[in-house]
Design a protein around this ligand. Sequence first.
Ligand SMILES: *Cc1c(COP(=O)(O)O)cnc(C)c1O
Length: 494
Amino acid sequence: MRYHSTRNRYLAVSSAQAIVAGLSREGGLFVPESFPQFTLKQIATMSGLPYSKRAAAVLGGFLTDFSAQELEACADAAYGTGAFPRAAAPLVKVGDAHVLELFHGPTCAFKDFALQLMPHLLTASVAKTGSDKTMVILVATSGDTGKAALAGFADVPGTKICVFYPSGAISGIQRRQMTTQTGENVMVYAARGNFDAAQSGVKRIFTDAALAHRLEEKGLAFSSANSINWGRLAPQIAYYFSAYCDMLAAGSIKIGDKINIVVPTGNFGNILAAWIAGRCGLPVGKLICASNSNNVLTDFISTGIYNRNRDFYVTASPSMDILVSSNLERLLYFISGQDDKKIAALMQALAATGKYTVDRDLHAAIKAQFWAGFANDAQTAHTIKDVFDSTGYLCDTHTAVAHKVWQDYILATGDSAPTVIASTASPFKFASSVLEALGKQAPADDFATLSALEAASGLKAPVSLTALQGLVERFEEAIEPRNMEQAVAHWLGL
Ligand SMILES: *Cc1c(COP(=O)(O)O)cnc(C)c1O
């Protein structure tokens, strides 16, 4: 399997090269040249396997320069009981919905599926490309990604990782998740200012040729664990196959029945993985794209016009507060029939004017496969309470957005196909919003809030969150964004 770029279909690299490079040189995203096909018989066989074996089987179709043995070893390490003490991706029946719980990993959000596996894929990929460099991962985070990346890369040989978070702009729990991170190869800084300042700082470091040269002399090279890296997308395809397998095993569907999938969406990575699963032979009906008040995707799917020139809202589902959904570029590439010139032109328009319009055929093809809706914070809170009162199931704010949009979809279409809702975070990760949705006041202290939510729900908070209270904060340094480069050089001993 070769990989092309969304902006240059004549480029061809291996999966290992695509993972090491992250982004193609002309700015496009790496995409597989074709979709590996899984027959219904293969899917039925997969349903007898544990999660890590299902994941290795799906990954094997895409990462063809890895042996089956290598992928199984990577998947066992990533999804075993060390990182996922309970089942990796359990499917829970909630009312008529099948909720795919993707939050049982070390950081309590779905990004663990990619970031527990990707460090192993990256180091193996570096070796396959004939390099012996140590990869230095730099991450600017607005919350969830930083911790998931730290947890994935901590003490992985051949890597070092440095995370910058905006001081003051993340929750106390999120800060502690990062500042208490163990590992010899990790570093965490608070960057004064907002997320954009931290992100610009990281971009500056990546593009500094003099620094890259000093790095090279030490046998080091920068890399990113950004969500546009193919190594982050590929692991997410597997859990949709896994959900289907579990529905088969439970007798909820017969082999070949189509399922709808609802995904709370920000950067469009998670829902794109569901679409790709469908292209690989998984029987998928409609994909339902759920947004919060930053509903740029809802508008795009209904009108064919993508326009980021709009107000930005800080919402109760912050991991979806995004106005540029980078992974949409991959969908447009495939649906346009791999028209790399068209994609390059659309993305240029987006960069220059903040908007683009797709032609009628492309829009019609998208509408045939996707349905989109959004929920504001009040509707989200109402849904959390409603689902809890009627079923006893507690969902987080992101998952509640998906529930609400699914209800709207059923009202609009009457489509009652069996449905999987991707649940992307533990309710305890967004405990104060969830507690308030249940009609309770959230205490000022983060750990008191966890206890209050335990009391209100009768559930136990994940140990990885409650245990933070007793851990030492190792990283307390706050720096100015303009000094980020100096900080990285100092940390690496350059
Ligand atoms: C990252 C994230 C999302 C959005 O996923 P995308 O792949 O960016 O669409 C949704 N929910 C949670 C909890 C997240 O952390």
